[in-house]
Structures are given as structure tokens and as C-alpha cells.
Design a protein around this ligand. Structure first.
Ligand code: HEC
Ligand code: HEC
Ligand code: HEC
Ligand code: HEC
Ligand code: HEC
Ligand code: HEC
Ligand code: HEC
Ligand code: HEC
Length: 426
């Protein structure tokens, strides 16, 4: 009897010790509580590769937060956390254009005259421009303004918490940002021959092997996370083109972008900022490298000659669009020069500044004139569409939403300018 009691005692001690030394993993706690607190989030993580690989809550959020009351101790992981296990993608991403999203947004003067909710709060510009690794000072600014989230760009295509590769390979992963006003790549592609074939294949109306190019095939070939195009968004590059008229038109556009001084034509401080975020290819070679890569991609399905010709037409439409654009800019610039439009106080020069976008707000002294807004729309919406549509093989965007609208804008600007000159007191 006594012997039996001893055994019972020893077994009990053994079990208790086992219980004490075997760590109840922090993750198990996180998961069991969060299954009640936020079940949808946990099930999303459970379908991820991370779940099978035992990459749990703690790996990304740390283990400082343990109970309901200290949730603010949970860390919000930035890209460096992902880099611990995915160095290759991190390094590629760091070298590409996406890494400049946050910085280029903040480089725009307009960003600082608009509500923070649209920027750091992530529901306007910031909702799409949360792309790019933030510097320490950018993170501090976010925190100082009271914003806690938006620390990670990898989850823009591999949405948390399923972090799926398959999702990121679907062109819809790009749709939230590459759509709309000034970069309707989704609309252009999805209604082009390339896109409609993709969508037909998706519902089973084309065999699996049929050629259906999607965003990732052309912009992330071989899964490369370093993305960049030849012309980029602004459609300007250095050095200036050889054609004299085109070069002169470009100079006018660069003045309206504030990177060349409107009178002297000398580079301004803004040019350095634009260069530092890789907004324009600054050498012919840098441009050609990207163009050649793209032609190689097209050549998987088309003849090289066909591909070159298609892209060259986009370039020459850009040249024609620049002619209209420069005419419009000079028409508005003349109103500044002749004193019909007053220089808004925060502009650097008495000259149109396209990087204030179409803001209306601010004090009277910072108000933007209506004709300036028409000019902005011509540049940002219609000029973009004219050539982006060529690159994305979309007839309707190229003509009706692009070129046709530019000619209408120019007519409107000329008309407005005439009315202003006839009716305004200087
Ligand atoms: C006892 C329950 C409980 C446990 C255990 C727990 N959490 Fe939480 N957690 C919460 C609650 C409640 C919130 C706040 C939810 C809200 O704001 O609606 C929260 C919030 C969070 C947040 C978001 C914080 C924010 O600012 O939005 C993260 C991330 C998080 N938990 C991760 C973890 C991790 C990692 C662990 C394990 C180390 C863990 N949780 C353990 C209950 C718990
Ligand atoms: C692979 C990394 C990773 C893992 C694993 C992970 N998270 Fe997250 N989590 C993130 C990222 C990235 C964010 C977004 C951070 C930001 O916006 O700054 C986030 C945000 C959150 C948020 C706040 C945002 C929201 O949607 O409410 C909560 C809560 C959260 N995670 C809970 C958890 C829990 C619970 C687990 C475990 C089941 C977990 N996370 C596992 C990366 C991870
Ligand atoms: C502790 C290591 C670790 C961390 C931290 C981590 N991962 Fe992973 N991740 C893995 C492992 C392991 C796999 C599975 C093997 C692989 O694909 O490399 C994986 C797979 C993936 C995949 C492929 C999923 C699929 O469907 O095939 C993606 C995408 C991914 N991780 C993104 C992220 C992102 C984004 C972060 C940061 C928010 C992150 N990971 C943080 C370890 C990690
Ligand atoms: C719907 C998502 C979205 C919103 C909202 C948005 N952007 Fe963008 N922005 C993009 C995308 C996508 C690009 C790249 C487009 C391209 O290259 O055609 C871009 C390009 C830019 C560029 C050019 C970057 C470069 O290097 O060429 C700047 C600057 C910019 N945006 C600033 C802003 C500002 C400021 C706002 C708000 C006033 C804003 N964006 C609103 C998605 C968005
Ligand atoms: C613009 C969208 C986008 C962003 C942002 C993005 N990825 Fe990806 N990622 C993809 C695509 C598309 C693939 C699939 C590539 C392929 O296999 O062709 C992928 C694949 C991966 C894989 C799986 C690799 C493999 O072959 O199994 C990992 C891991 C990964 N990404 C990590 C990251 C990390 C870390 C970041 C942030 C530094 C990141 N991604 C940002 C689109 C993105
Ligand atoms: C068949 C190949 C192809 C497909 C598919 C494709 N693109 Fe493009 N994309 C191009 C070419 C070509 C350019 C112009 C390159 C240059 O400047 O020389 C371009 C340019 C861009 C640019 C820079 C601005 C512009 O429009 O000129 C962005 C951003 C972009 N594409 C995003 C996307 C997105 C998002 C999708 C899917 C919805 C997509 N692309 C589908 C070939 C493609
Ligand atoms: C969260 C928003 C977001 C998502 C999702 C996104 N992008 Fe972007 N993308 C941007 C922004 C913002 C820029 C401009 C970055 C900058 O300011 O330099 C950009 C730039 C680009 C460029 C470079 C254009 C140039 O200037 O040369 C390409 C190409 C591109 N994206 C393709 C893609 C593709 C393909 C996908 C989907 C796999 C995708 N993006 C998903 C926001 C996004
Ligand atoms: C994965 C294969 C594939 C790639 C890559 C590809 N295309 Fe196509 N493209 C097709 C198919 C298939 C068609 C439909 C047949 C046709 O009209 O010629 C097509 C059609 C076209 C058309 C004619 C559209 C119409 O309305 O008739 C043009 C122009 C075009 N592609 C240009 C390009 C350019 C430029 C590139 C590279 C930036 C490119 N394609 C990359 C497969 C591809």
C-alpha cells in the first residue's frame, strides 16, 4: 500500500515537472485566444504555407503581448521581418520601382496640403503608395501622427495572413492600385486582346496551354520582384530626344513639372529629388535596357519585329501627345506671365505646377485656378492614357479616353484663356 502511494507520488511529481518544463508555446496561446477574438484572421493564417512551416504569430508579432489588455505591445512587422526568411525577394524588391512608392508620394507638394487620413491613414494616396520600405524617419512620422499600421509592403500582393503565392500571380493582385484615373492598366489590359483571352481561359473557354499574357508575365518575369519600365509613369526621360520640336516640348513639360527653371531652363532642386526616386530613366542606356527586356518578353509569343513596331508606335504617340501638351502649358503659362493668374503663395514660380495636382483648397492665396485644373487633367489623365493604352494594346483608351480627350482639353484651355484675357482685370 505504502509502495503504491510512493509510486503515485513520484508519478504525480513527474507529470507536474513535465508540465512545468515543457513550454506551452506562445503561439498556442495566441492562436487559441485569437480563434475567439478574430477567428477569420486565424483561419486565413491556417490556409497559408506559413502554417505548415510553423511560422506563427510570434515570428512576426513577437511575444510581448500576452493578454487582452496589452495588445499594443504586439509588434507590427515591417519588410525586414519577411527578409529574415525571404532574402531573395526582399533584395529584388528593394532595387525595383515599388520600393519608391511611399517616398515618391511624400515627394509631391500636394501630399502635404491634403488630409492625413488620405496619406498616413492609407485610404487615398497612401492606400496604394504603401509600397516601399520606409526609412526610420518615415516610420517616425507615421507614429508621431498617431498611425500604427501600414508597416509592410509585401502583404500588398500576398495579402495577410494567407500570404499566398498563387494570389500574387493573379492579375487581380495588381488591380486595387493599377486602375482608375491616371493609370488604368487594369481596365486597359482586361479589355484588351491579351486580357480577354486570359479571362476566357479562366472560365475554361480556352485550353490551359493557350497564350494569355497577364501583368506578371510582362512585369515580373521569372518571379523577379524588381520591377521597372522604360518610360515609367511620367513618360519623360533624359537626355532630351534628338528631334528638335520634341525636345523643345519636353523642356516645357519639365518646366511644368518644376524640375527645370521656367525662365533660365536650369535644373532645380526638384530634379535631384525626382532622380533620387528613379522617377525618370536618366540615361539612354537605362531606358534601352528596360525596353530590350520587354521586347524579349513579347518575343515569347510574337515576332521581335512585330513587338518593336508596336512599342515604337507608343513612343511616337507620346511625341504627338507632348506637342499638344506643350501648347496647352504655354497657353496657361502666358496667363501667369501677363498677370492674369496670380502665383499661389506656395508655388516656387509664377508658372503652372503639375505636381500640385488639382487641389482647390487652402487659403485664397493658395487656390488653384480652373484652367490649371483642366491642364492637370490633360497631363495626368489623358496624356497618360494616350500612350499607356498603346503599351497595353487597348484601342478605346488610346483614342477616346486618351488622344480625343487631349484635343478637347486643348480646345477648352484655348477658349478659357481667351475668355480670361477678355474679361479679367489684371
Ligand atoms: C487572452 C487573449 C489573447 C492572447 C493570449 C493574445 N491576444 Fe492578441 N489580441 C487580443 C485582443 C483582445 C486584441 C485586441 C483586438 C481588438 O482591438 O479588437 C489583440 C490584438 C492583437 C494584435 C493587433 C494589435 C493592434 O494594435 O491592432 C496582434 C498583432 C496580436 N494581438 C497578436 C498576438 C500574438 C502574437 C499573441 C501571442 C504572443 C497574442 N496576440 C496573444 C487577445 C489576445
Ligand atoms: C508572416 C508574418 C505574419 C504572421 C505569421 C502573422 N502575422 Fe499578423 N500581421 C502581419 C502583417 C504584415 C500585418 C500588417 C502590419 C501593418 O499593417 O503594419 C499583420 C497585422 C495583424 C493584425 C492587425 C491588423 C488587423 O487586420 O487586424 C492582427 C490582429 C494580427 N496581425 C494578428 C495575427 C495573429 C493572431 C497571428 C497568428 C495566428 C498572426 N497575426 C500571424 C504579419 C503576420
Ligand atoms: C521565420 C521564417 C519566415 C518569416 C519571418 C516569413 N516567412 Fe514566408 N515562408 C517561410 C517558409 C519556410 C515558407 C515556405 C517555403 C518557401 O516558399 O520559402 C514561406 C512561404 C512564403 C510564401 C509563399 C507562399 C506560397 O503560397 O507558396 C510567401 C508569399 C511568403 N512566405 C511571404 C512572406 C511575407 C510577406 C513575410 C513577412 C510578412 C514572410 N513570408 C515571413 C518562412 C517565413
Ligand atoms: C489607386 C491607387 C493610387 C492612388 C489613390 C494614388 N496613386 Fe500614385 N500611383 C499609383 C500607381 C499604381 C502608380 C504607378 C503608375 C504607373 O507607373 O503607371 C503611381 C504613380 C505615382 C507617382 C509617380 C511615381 C514615379 O516614380 O513615376 C507619384 C509621384 C504618385 N503616384 C503620387 C500620388 C499622390 C500624391 C497621390 C494622391 C494625391 C496618389 N499618387 C494617389 C497608385 C495610386
Ligand atoms: C507586386 C506584387 C508583389 C509584391 C509587392 C511582393 N510580391 Fe512576392 N511574389 C509576387 C509574385 C507575382 C510571385 C510569384 C512569382 C512567380 O513564381 O512567378 C511572388 C512570389 C513570392 C514568394 C514565393 C517564391 C517561390 O518561388 O516560392 C515569396 C517567398 C515572396 N514572393 C516574398 C515576398 C516578399 C518578402 C515581399 C516583400 C519584400 C514580396 N514578396 C512582395 C508578387 C509580389
Ligand atoms: C503583354 C505585356 C504586358 C501586360 C500583360 C501588361 N503590361 Fe504593363 N506594360 C507593358 C509595356 C510594353 C509597357 C511600357 C514599357 C515601356 O515604357 O517601354 C508597360 C507599362 C506599364 C506601366 C508603366 C506605365 C504605363 O502604363 O506605361 C505599369 C505601371 C504597368 N505596365 C502595369 C501593368 C499592370 C498592372 C498590368 C496588368 C493589369 C499590365 N501592366 C499588363 C506590357 C504589359
Ligand atoms: C498597393 C498598391 C500596388 C499594388 C497591389 C501593385 N502595385 Fe505596382 N505600383 C504601385 C505604385 C504606388 C507604383 C509607383 C511606385 C513609385 O512611386 O515609384 C507602382 C509601380 C509599378 C510599376 C513600375 C512602373 C514604372 O514606373 O516603371 C510596375 C511595372 C508595376 N507597378 C506593376 C505591378 C504589378 C504587375 C502588380 C501586381 C502583381 C502591382 N504592380 C501591384 C502600387 C501597386
Ligand atoms: C504569352 C504570349 C504573349 C505575350 C508575352 C505577348 N502577347 Fe501580344 N498577343 C498574344 C496573343 C495570343 C494575341 C492574340 C492574337 C493576335 O491578335 O495576334 C496577342 C495580340 C497582340 C496584339 C494585337 C491585338 C489585337 O487587338 O489584335 C498586339 C498589338 C500585341 N499582342 C502586342 C504585344 C506586345 C507589344 C507584347 C509585349 C509587350 C505582347 N503582345 C506580348 C500573346 C502574347
Amino acid at each position: 500500500m505504502e509502495k503504491f502511494g510512493n509510486r503515485l507520488f513520484i508519478t504525480a511529481v513527474f507529470i507536474i515537472t513535465l508540465f512545468l518544463v515543457t513550454p506551452v508555446t506562445a503561439d498556442a496561446n495566441c492562436v487559441s485566444c485569437h480563434k475567439k477574438v478574430s477567428p477569420g484572421l486565424v483561419s486565413d493564417w491556417e490556409v497559408s504555407r506559413h502554417f505548415n512551416e510553423e511560422v506563427g504569430c510570434v515570428e512576426c508579432h513577437g511575444d510581448a503581448h500576452k493578454k487582452v489588455s496589452d495588445a499594443r505591445l504586439a509588434k507590427m512587422p515591417d519588410e525586414y521581418v519577411c527578409a529574415e526568411c525571404h532574402e531573395k525577394q526582399f533584395n529584388q524588391f528593394s532595387k525595383g520601382k515599388h520600393n519608391f512608392g511611399w517616398t515618391s508620394m511624400n515627394a509631391m507638394p500636394v501630399t502635404h496640403v491634403e488630409p492625413d487620413e488620405l496619406m498616413e491613414g492609407g485610404r487615398g494616396c497612401g492606400g496604394c503608395h504603401n509600397m516601399g520600405i520606409k526609412s526610420e524617419s518615415q516610420k517616425k512620422e507615421l507614429r508621431d501622427k498617431g498611425y500604427r499600421y501600414q508597416n509592410n509592403s509585401c502583404d500588398e500582393c500576398h495579402t495577410r495572413h494567407s500570404f499566398s503565392k498563387k494570389e500574387a500571380l493573379n492579375p487581380r493582385a495588381c488591380q486595387q492600385c493599377h486602375m482608375g484615373y491616371d493609370h488604368p492598366q487594369w481596365e486597359m489590359w482586361s479589355s484588351s486582346k491579351h486580357g480577354t483571352r486570359y479571362l476566357s481561359q479562366e472560365v475554361g473557354d480556352l485550353p490551359a496551354g493557350a497564350a494569355v499574357p497577364k501583368c506578371q508575365d510582362c512585369h515580373m518575369p521569372d518571379g523577379n520582384h524588381e520591377n521597372r519600365t522604360a518610360w515609367g509613369f511620367l513618360g519623360v526621360r533624359l537626355p532630351l530626344p534628338e528631334d528638335k520640336q520634341w525636345a523643345a516640348d519636353r523642356v516645357v513639360i519639365l518646366k511644368a513639372l518644376g524640375v527645370l527653371h521656367p525662365e533660365t531652363g536650369e535644373p532645380t532642386a526638384r530634379l535631384e529629388a525626382v532622380k533620387s526616386i528613379d522617377m525618370v530613366r536618366v540615361t539612354e542606356k537605362a531606358w534601352q535596357t528596360e525596353r530590350d527586356k520587354m521586347i524579349k518578353t513579347c518575343s515569347k509569343c510574337h515576332s521581335t519585329r512585330y513587338a518593336r513596331e508596336q512599342l515604337a508606335m507608343g513612343d511616337s504617340m507620346m511625341q504627338k501627345a507632348d506637342r499638344l501638351m506643350a501648347d496647352a502649358i504655354e497657353t496657361v503659362a502666358a496667363l501667369y506671365k501677363d498677370g492674369y493668374i496670380k502665383k499661389p503663395a506656395d508655388y516656387s514660380f509664377a508658372y503652372p505646377d503639375l505636381l500640385y495636382f488639382m487641389r482647390t483648397g487652402g487659403s485664397d492665396i493658395n487656390k488653384m485656378s480652373h484652367i490649371d485644373q483642366v491642364l492637370f487633367e490633360m497631363y495626368m489623365k489623358h496624356r497618360m492614357r494616350t500612350y499607356q493604352a498603346f503599351f497595353h494594346v487597348n484601342p478605346d483608351y488610346a483614342y477616346w479616353y486618351g488622344w480625343a480627350m487631349m484635343t478637347k482639353d486643348l480646345g477648352e484651355i484655348k477658349e478659357l484663356a481667351a475668355v480670361i484675357r477678355a474679361t479679367h482685370k489684371k
